[in-house]
Write a protein that binds this ligand. Sequence first.
Ligand code: GLU
Length: 291
Amino acid sequence: MRGRGRFAPSPTGQLHFGSLVAAVGSWLRAKSLGHDWLVRMEDLDRTREVPGSAADILSTLAAFGLQSDLPVIQQSGRNERYQQALQQLRDAGHVYACHCSRSDLAEFNGVHPAACVRSGSTEGAPAAWRARVGSAQIRFHDAVFGDIEQNLGEQVGDFVLRRSDGLHTYQLAVVVDDAEQGISEVVRGADLLDSTPRQIFLQRLLGLPTPEYLHLPLVLDEDGRKLSKQLRARPVDAGDPLPALRDALRHLGQHVPLLASPAATLCAALQRFDHRAIPAIKRANVAMQDD
Ligand code: GLU
C-alpha cells in the first residue's frame, strides 16, 4: 500500500501559525516520499470545540493549497472504535479503573504510581481507566530529533485512556486512528515528542504497527514561549496566504522564493524539500509555559 502522512488539527479555534507549520511540514514530507496526505479532525473533546472552527480550518488549509487526499474523518464519530480498543486492553489486563484525582497525584508530580493513592471512599463514583506501564522503557528514532528514550514508569506513570466522564483520551484515539488510517509516518509539532513513547507503548499492547516519526520545530513567540491558542496566537490570514506560507517554510529551514500562488510555492518547495534542513527546536527556554 502507498504510504500515508497526516495532519490532525483540533477544532479549538482558527488555524494559527504553529498549526500551519505542522500542516505544511507534514504535507511536504508526505509528498516528497510519494505518500498520500490525510487530514483528520481531532474533535474528541466537544467541550473544547469552537463551533465552526473545523470548517474554518479546512477552508484555510485550502487557501494555502493544502487538501486532504482522502475524505476527512472526525474523531467524534468513532467512539465505538476507541471503546473496542479499550475493551481489548481490559481483556488482556493492561488497564485498571482509577478514582485518583489530580490533587491526589499532586505529591507525585502528577505521575500516577503503580497503585492508586486515593484514600477516601470511592463508592459509586465513576472511574477513569489507566494503562499500566510498569517499567517500560521506550526508544524510538525521530527523523529530526534523533534517538529518543523515555522510561514510562518514572517519567509519565500509568496514564489515562478514558476519563471518568467517559471521554476517551487523545493518547488512545490517536493510536487507534493512525493505525486504522494506515499512517506510515507521523509528522507533527515537537510539543508531542513526549507523547510518542506512550503511543508506541499502546501500539505494542494493541498489536498495531508503529509508524515512523518526524517532529517539527516548535514555534515560539518573541518571549520564547510556545505559540498556542491560550496565548491567543493570531490566526493565519487565509485572504493573504503567501507571507505566512513563506514564514512557515523558513521555519522549516526551507528557503524558497515566493511564487504567484500558494500552490505554486508549495510545488517549488516540494522540489527542493530537504528534511535534514529542518532545525530541532524543542523547548521554550523560559519558566512560564502555558501547558
Ligand atoms: N490534535 C493535536 C493538535 O492539534 C495533534 C495531534 C497529533 O498530531 O498527533 O495539537
